[in-house]
Every structure is written in structure tokens, then in C-alpha cells.
Write a protein of this length. Structure first.
Length: 366
């Protein structure tokens, strides 16, 4: 099972991507300003410095344990902070209002897509950006604006904000629909797995109770027949003894099959005793040394989790026996906070990979 740290990396990835985009924007626009607006460069360096500092702080925070639990606050800080820094740029150097309005529209679109923000949150950011831009631009003098069309820039920003908010709403509904379908698929998979396990349980019970008892009775009758045969019929007594051995072997294989279908210990005693018993049987059957450790687990887990972990281990051990050529296999089950970690390792060579096999295939098999 995936650890919480891996989940944290997934939630922090958009934050890190956005921070890198801010770095790229500084690297792109700073040389442009230096080339085309050298007179105002000393003014906007403050805004560029704030941009860089903000992105660096967010990026470093996302790499810490503290930041791993605060992906959403980091995203909020980066989004609103970048908007505030851009408005600071307009205040310091309002020469290109249309260019800044376009940049702010890109910021709004980016927050809707990269951060997956909801429409209400985008309304707050859009209002902050539009009102702030209108106020800062209106305070600039005609000389500072250099004849640039402020009204057109404000209008373009407003239209872009509306589009970004509408897009956030559409994306939100699409994500909700996808989440609902995933939940339905998960529920269907759970029901299917439960039905399969119930069928396995029924078959295992029939094998053990009905067929097992019948074979035991057959074995007993053959033993009685063997005992009643006269000493002179040694050949026939030998054949009945061989039949009893075959029946006993069939009975043992049937019981093993019953355990593979659904071990009774899984229902009666729980996951840990079941895995321990399965590993011992695996070692005896395949002559592969095994070791099993379980740490920090409660006495019982939810039935569906116990079944899933048992089946995963069972399938992995089957692959080890068939393909790995291993001499030793280790199974470790540990609890890490709210997560369970199942680790299965062996000293075998695994499946041979052809030259055309991709690295992803290797990763998926481990």
C-alpha cells in the first residue's frame, strides 16, 4: 500500500510546478524589461525580487515535513502572493497595463488548472485581482501610463477572470463526476471481490466438509478391507495399501486446495496468523526459506483489508515460486501512522526483460 509520504508528494506536485513556473516567468520577463524598459528596471526589481523570494520559499517549504501537510495553504499563499506581487509591479511601473492584465489572466487560468481550485475560490482570487488592478491602474498618472489604454486592460482582465471562473466550475463538475465514477467503480470492485470470496468460502467449505469427509470414509473402508484380507493375498493387500496412500495424498491435496481457496484461519484468527501459516506451507511446498514480520498491527483489521492483503501476498508468492528462482523470500507487514505497508522481497532473478521492455514494466513488477 502506498505510504502517506507518497500521497503528500502527489498533492504537493502542483505547488512545486507552480513555483517553478513563477521562476520561469521571472527568468523570461526580467531580461525583456531590462532590454525594453531600462529606465524603470530599478523600480520593478523589487517586484521581481518578491516574486523570486515567494517562489523559493514555497518550493523549499514543500520539501519539508511541515509543508507536506499544508499543500493547500502553500497553494493559496503562492496564488494570492503572485497576484499581489504582480499588482506591486503595476504600482511601480504601470507602463504596460495590457501586458500585465494578460499575465494576471494567465495566473487565474493557472490557478484553476494547476491547483484545481473551485469556482468560489476563483471568484475570490478574480475579485482580488480585478479590483486591485483597477485601483492601482487608476492611481497612475497619464505620464506614468505613457498613453497605454487602462480601460481596455481592465476590461480584458475582467473577461479573462470570468472565463477562468467558468472554467473552474466546469473542471470542478468534471472532477466531481470522475470522483463519483471512481467511487462507484470501487464499490463495484468491493462487491465483486466480496462475491468472489464468498464463492471461495463456499467451495472451500464443501471441499473440506463434504469431499474431505467422503475421502476420509473411503480411506477407512479400504483400511478395513485390507485388515480383513487373508495373509495369503499379500499382493492384494499391497494394492489396497497403495490405494490408501493415493487416497491420503488426494485428501492432503484437497485440503491444501481448500486452504488456498479460503483459509479458515483468515476468518477465525485474522490476517497475521493466516499469513504466517501460509508462508510456512509455502516454504514446505516449494523448499524456499521464508520469514514473516508484522509490527504495529491491531488484532483484527476490516475484513476487506485482510482479504486484499492476503490475496496480494498469495499472488506475489505464487509469482516467486513460478518465476523468481529464489531461495529466500521475506514478507513484512507494518503500520505507519494511518497506513499499512506490505513489503515482499526475494533473492531471485525475476522475469527476464526483453530489450524492448520499458522501465515502467520493471517498476510495475516491484
Amino acid at each position: 500500500m502506498e505510504a502517506r509520504d507518497g500521497q503528500g508528494d502527489q498533492t504537493l506536485r502542483p505547488v512545486r510546478i507552480a513555483a517553478l513556473i513563477v521562476f520561469v516567468s521571472v527568468a523570461v520577463f526580467l531580461p525583456i524589461d531590462a532590454h525594453y524598459s531600462p529606465a524603470g528596471l530599478h523600480k520593478v526589481l523589487v517586484a521581481y525580487g518578491a516574486h523570486t523570494t515567494l517562489a523559493l520559499a514555497i518550493l523549499l517549504a514543500s520539501l519539508t515535513r511541515w509543508g507536506a501537510r499544508r499543500a493547500d495553504p502553500l497553494a493559496l499563499t503562492l496564488g494570492f502572493g503572485a497576484a499581489a506581487n504582480t499588482l506591486l509591479y503595476v504600482h511601480l511601473w504601470p507602463r504596460n497595463p495590457m501586458l500585465i492584465a494578460t499575465s494576471l489572466v494567465c495566473l487565474l487560468m493557472g490557478c484553476a488548472v494547476v491547483f484545481s481550485w473551485s469556482a468560489p475560490r476563483m471568484v475570490l482570487l478574480g475579485a482580488f485581482v480585478c479590483v486591485g488592478f483597477a485601483i492601482v491602474s487608476s492611481r497612475a498618472t497619464a505620464a506614468e501610463l505613457g498613453g497605454a489604454p487602462v480601460v481596455s486592460a481592465v476590461g480584458a482582465l475582467g473577461v479573462g477572470a470570468v472565463i477562468a471562473i467558468a472554467g473552474a466550475g466546469i473542471l470542478g463538475r468534471a472532477r466531481a463526476s470522475l470522483a463519483q465514477r471512481q467511487a462507484e467503480l470501487a464499490a463495484f470492485s468491493a462487491r465483486l471481490m466480496a462475491a468472489q470470496e464468498e464463492e471461495r468460502r463456499r467451495l472451500a467449505r464443501e471441499l473440506h466438509d463434504e469431499l474431505g469427509q467422503s475421502l476420509t470414509a473411503v480411506n477407512a473402508y479400504i483400511w478395513l478391507i485390507e485388515k480383513e484380507l487373508p495373509e495369503a493375498q499379500a499382493a492384494l493387500r499391497g494394492r489396497t495399501a497403495e490405494v490408501r496412500r493415493l487416497v491420503s495424498k488426494t485428501l492432503a491435496e484437497m485440503r491444501e486446495m481448500s486452504q488456498l481457496l479460503r483459509p479458515s484461519t483468515l476468518d477465525d484468527l485474522g490476517l497475521v496468523p493466516s499469513l504466517d501459516s501460509h508462508l510456512k506451507a509455502f516454504a514446505d511446498r516449494h523448499q524456499i526459506a521464508t520469514s514473516f514480520t508484522a509490527e504495529g498491527l491491531p488484532e483484527r483489521l476490516p475484513a476487506e483489508i485482510e482479504t486484499a492483503l492476503y490475496r496480494i501476498t498469495q499472488e506475489a508468492l505464487t509469482n516467486v515460486a513460478r518465476h523468481a528462482g529464489a531461495h529466500r523470500v521475506r514478507v513484512a507487514l507494518t503500520r505507519e501512522r494511518a497506513d499499512l505497508k506490505l513489503e515482499i522481497a526475494d533473492d531471485g532473478h525475476g522475469l527476464p526483460l526483453s530489450a524492448s521492455a520499458s522501465a515502467s514494466t520493471r517498476s510495475a513488477g516491484r
